[in-house]
Design a protein around this ligand. Sequence first.
Ligand code: HEC
Length: 157
Amino acid sequence: MTKRIRHSLILAACGAATFFFINASAAEPKKKVVKKIDPTSGMIIDENWRTVQAMCSSCHSPKLFTNYGGTRETWTGLIRWMQQKQGLWEFPPEIETQILDYLEANYPPGEASRRRNLSADLRPPNPYTSDARAEYEEKLKRGEITPPKITIDPTGQ
Ligand code: HEC
């Protein structure tokens, strides 16, 4: 075998190997990712879940955020709101990144997001209502006053 032929054979073998390698990885069926849920907290388990469990479930149930959904911006806004209004502490940046990575990946906006309030006539009676409010509602029921027109944004905002 001449040097030249040997060289071409080696090249061909490498080519074939590369071809099979690429093909094999492309042909691998896409696995459906089934998310594991921690039975105690109800939280989705991933590489950051322990951090989030430690940082986000001391004041309230994790259900508050497992029932919520949002973009990274929404989650960031919610954390800032809790920091300003609810006594939530500042997180070191790397911890905040882990928290946001977790929430963004596992609780995106969607069906599970906070729903709109029910309309007034579907809500149970408000036990804290004032006399003035009760009188107003009575008059509304009797049709003596017309309720203010509230336009509803179709995007639900
Ligand atoms: C220092 C206490 C504290 C910690 C820690 C805390 N929260 Fe909260 N959070 C609150 C309070 C107080 C409320 C308001 C509770 C209520 O409405 O009953 C709240 C409300 C919420 C809500 C509901 C907001 C809504 O629109 O009703 C979500 C979601 C939430 N927190 C997520 C988180 C996440 C995610 C973390 C971790 C980054 C976290 N919380 C950590 C105090 C805290």
